[in-house]
Design a protein. Structure first.
Length: 180
């Protein structure tokens, strides 16, 4: 993230904001897709997030916290998209979107049929999590970020990242156990 670009966009420079969008759009889309589970909703939430960011950019006090600020907007945009869907949540992650072979849910393997069953169980468990937990798990595992990077992105200390991540993994494990 380029601080000068953020500052120029804050002053109303549309070209600077367009450059920021180009830098951030892929990550924002991946996050909304992981949270919402389908491309149409992810595209809508991504677009809504950037519209909201443009409208509220002047309220950003510390340009070095742009990533954390945008992350909160993305989560809120995803939440609003879910509300517009009136509570219908369809999370569909492919097996290749799961964090790693070692951390895949029980029942997944290299066997495509078994992997599909495990991915379905994972999808159902993941959709039961609060949006904040989905976001945290997505940026940590699906985007393969370090804990330091996640802390910077969310604007929270690394200790808080660790505790929230532990809570989110435990919630996911409980949701997976409930399906067994």
């Amino acid at each position: 993230m380029n601080r000068e670009l953020v500052e120029a966009a804050r002053r109303g420079d549309r070209d600077a904001f367009d450059a920021l969008v180009r830098q951030e759009v892929a990550g924002v889309y991946r996050t909304t897709l992981a949270i919402l589970g389908n491309a149409a909703d992810a595209e809508e939430a991504t677009q809504d997030a950037f519209v909201s960011a443009w409208r509220n950019l002047r309220s950003l006090r510390d340009t070095s916290r742009f990533d954390a600020w945008l992350g909160r907007i993305v989560v809120n945009s995803s939440r609003m998209t879910l509300r517009r869907r009136r509570g219908v949540r369809e999370i569909s992650m492919n097996a290749d979107q799961l964090p790693s072979q070692a951390s895949r849910p029980v029942g997944t393997s290299d066997d495509p049929e078994a992997t599909a069953v495990g991915a379905d169980a994972f999808d159902r468990a993941f959709e039961r999590l609060p949006i904040e937990d989905r976001h945290l798990l997505t940026v940590t595992y699906a985007e393969d970020r370090s804990l330091d990077d996640v802390g910077r992105l969310l604007g929270i200390p690394i200790g808080t990242v660790k505790s929230r991540l532990s809570r989110a993994r435990a919630a996911l494990a409980r949701a997976l156990e409930g399906q067994a």
